[in-house]
Design a protein around this ligand. Structure first.
Ligand code: AHR
Length: 671
């Protein structure tokens, strides 16, 4: 009784405050100490494929574009993409002389005219520029041969204005292919990315000669110093969101435009000289320098669970015309199933007793990778008949017989009946802010029958309900906007609250080179020098870093009635932190009186919030984006504040904002 009286007395001042806040906008929200379910560590992550130069020219740190003339037609102008002559040399890509390896038959043929003087040669313009940074060591290499030229070659990094930023002399060229390696250590940083890699010889000494070059490479320092590794700023940005899953290698880029140009795992491993590369799905050749092992190592570096997409007998041909897609008939499927079995043995096979494991070990990795999730194909809802008819069954049955512990993800619509029945299904959605807020509760009503959902691709892509993947004039977003990110956050509160059935999600696509892209919006945009984190990036980071281990129940539960406020509360049983993630998708600031029900907090709370930089925004400002020109228009703001009471406080959620409030529970909750 005494307790009740004390409690009422303590609450009185707060009730007065609450009364002042109630009408018209205050929400009274109770966060209980009761957990509804654990949150899987896989809940937030990314879908990955090489699109918009996210791999070559993006995360893959190689600086030279078209480094080995892969996926091009010799003798065409196009084959010289990113290469240009310097001082009158004649360049062509040829396969008439033997290439440096069976996998790389194309070479650069450089003809030096008979009457020339001064340095003459060629340049590579990189991926629309090259970042030159003092203090960095660049590791370069190339192959060369010439019938009768044996003079010195000079390799340099230089600005397009002609300033030499780093240079090395190379000698020893002969009739046979030889690999030359060198290092650059620029003493000054270039002003901008407008720099080239150049190779020149002395015109007089080389007059009339032909020199062949093959497979170039130039690497800056990489993420964690990995050889053949990742671009540091992009890798660090992705790692800083601590993704729980990494779905790869596609997406459409898994499927190929034809069976033969599908992503072939075995052509992405081993020496770079033995990787042929491919004509890929998104309009530019892939080097496959970023191959299966690089992806698996990267997922390990991230601490993310890999979700491996395996090719399941479908290629997309002309993407927008479904009847041009090619499907392997049932009778011809076995070799492709065997290929997937070989891929899996390569990944998880014992290094001593299996051929695949031995091969992996020969490439430096003895320990099998921890792989659990296998996704059968990609978006097979576009070809459901053959998927339901035989493809799903054939792959799942064969893989399951050899690897009973793998878990399979289906890619058809949930309503498509599959044999065996799917346990996990991948759901994709690219849509408008309105769709994402309106569907924030879609998983609330999903049957708890053992089926697990993977939201394997999602993003707000447009403001046009009737054309969500159209062009910019018809509403497509060039970059994630504040409004889009807030809507994604609203949807994500629904995923987290329902993470007993939503086991994972993957924002898509991940990266975009601003000078050559096929898809907008993307989570990180960059050029050769700089990058920008989008509003959607920050939402992913805020949610992932504050994911917690258990969902806590709240009263009321977020619902359509409580929109435009969307929320989820969670508890982290490692740190005893209780987090409340709130998306305010409305255009008004909204107040909540927040009560900690059944537990108390230490005196300080922290909040991180993403909102308009303008305190009184007009509605147009909600469509603001971060761009390379204005990278920090909208960035999360962190605050720490004292709680007026150990079990309640008020908070104003700014119009069009995403906020994560964290309080430290005074004692551990019994979840
Ligand atoms: O994320 C871009 C593309 O969208 C993916 O490749 C495909 O799966 C989806 O249609």
């Amino acid at each position: 009784m005494l307790n009740i009286v004390l409690c009422l007395l303590v609450q009185l001042p707060f009730l007065r405050v609450e009364a002042a806040l109630v009408a018209p906008d205050a929400l009274i929200l109770n966060i209980s100490a009761t957990a509804t379910h654990p949150i899987p560590s896989t809940l937030y992550g990314y879908m990955w494929e090489d699109i918009s130069h996210s791999g070559d020219g993006g995360l893959y740190a190689e600086l030279l574009q078209n480094r080995a003339f892969q996926g091009v037609i010799p003798g065409t102008q196009n084959a010289l993409n990113a290469w240009q002559p310097f001082n009158g040399a004649r360049l062509s890509v040829t396969s008439k002389t033997a290439g440096i390896s069976a996998s790389l038959p194309n070479s650069l043929e450089v003809q030096i005219p008979k009457v020339v003087s001064g340095p003459i040669g060629f340049e590579n313009t990189g991926f629309w520029g090259i970042k030159v940074q003092s203090g960095w060591t660049y590791n370069g290499s190339f192959y060369a041969k010439a019938a009768s030229f044996s003079g010195t070659m000079t390799v340099s990094l230089k600005s397009t204005g002609g300033t030499i930023l780093a240079t090395k002399e190379i000698s020893g060229i002969s009739k046979k292919w030889k690999k030359f390696t060198f290092e650059f250590q620029p003493s000054a940083s270039a002003e901008n990315e407008q720099n080239v890699f150049s190779v020149v010889v002395d015109g007089k000494a080389a007059a009339g000669q032909t020199i062949f070059f093959g497979m170039f490479s130039l690497f800056p320092p990489t993420f964690r110093g990995r050889e053949n590794g990742m671009r540091i700023d992009l890798a660090e940005a992705l790692a800083a969101t601590q993704p729980g899953v990494w779905r790869f290698p596609g997406g459409n880029n898994l499927e190929g435009l034809s069976f033969d140009t599908r992503w072939k795992w075995n052509e992405t491993i081993g020496r770079l000289e033995d990787r042929p590369g491919r004509v890929a799905d998104w309009g530019y050749p892939n080097t496959d320098g970023l191959g299966l092992l690089e992806y698996l190592n990267w997922a390990e570096d991230l601490g993310a669970e890999p979700i491996l997409g395996v090719w399941d007998g479908i290629s997309t041909a002309n993407y927008s015309e479904l009847d041009t897609w090619t499907i392997v008939p049932e009778a011809d499927l076995q070799p492709y199933i065997d290929d997937v079995l070989n891929e899996l043995e390569f990944i998880v096979g014992d290094a001593k007793t299996t051929e695949g494991g031995k091969r992996r070990a020969s490439l430096g990795r003895t320990e099998p990778y921890a792989l659990k999730y296998i996704e059968i194909g990609n978006e097979d809802m576009f070809q459901p008949d053959s998927y339901a008819g035989y493809r799903w069954n054939a792959f799942v049955t064969a893989i399951g017989a050899k690897y009973p512990n793998f878990e399979f993800l289906a890619t058809t619509l949930p309503s498509t009946a599959l044999t065996p029945a799917y346990q996990r299904i991948d759901f994709h959605m690219y849509s408008t802010p309105t769709w994402f807020t309106a569907n924030a509760f879609m998983f609330d009503a999903y049957p708890r029958n053992g089926t697990q959902w993977f939201v394997g691709e999602y993003a707000v892509t447009s403001t046009n309900e009737t054309n969500t993947l159209g062009d910019l004039p018809s509403g497509r977003l060039a970059n994630p906007t504040l409004q889009g990110a807030v809507a994604e956050a609203a949807f994500m509160t629904g995923m987290e609250r329902n993470s007993d059935v939503v086991f994972a999600s993957a924002y898509a696509p991940s990266l975009q080179h601003i000078r050559s892209y096929q898809w907008t919006p993307d989570i990180i945009t960059y050029d050769a020098m700089n990058m920008v984190k989008s509003t959607s990036y920050y939402v992913q980071q805020m949610f992932s870093l504050n994911k917690g281990t258990h969902v806590l129940s709240t009263t009321p539960v977020a619902s359509n009635d409580t929109a435009p406020l969307f929320w989820v509360a969670s508890y982290n049983n490692d740190t005893d932190v209780v987090s409340l993630k709130v998306s305010n998708a409305g255009t008004q600031d909204l107040v909540a009186n927040i009560f900690l029900d059944g537990f108390s907090a230490t005196k300080f709370a922290s909040a991180v919030s993403l909102s308009s930089p303008v305190l009184s925004p007009i509605s147009g400002q909600f469509s603001a984006s971060n761009t390379l020109e204005e990278p920090e228009q909208i960035i999360p703001v962190s605050t720490a504040f004292a709680l007026p009471f150990s079990d309640r406080f008020n908070y104003t959620f700014r119009a069009m904002s995403v906020t994560v409030i964290s309080v430290q529970a005074a004692t551990a909750l019994d979840v």
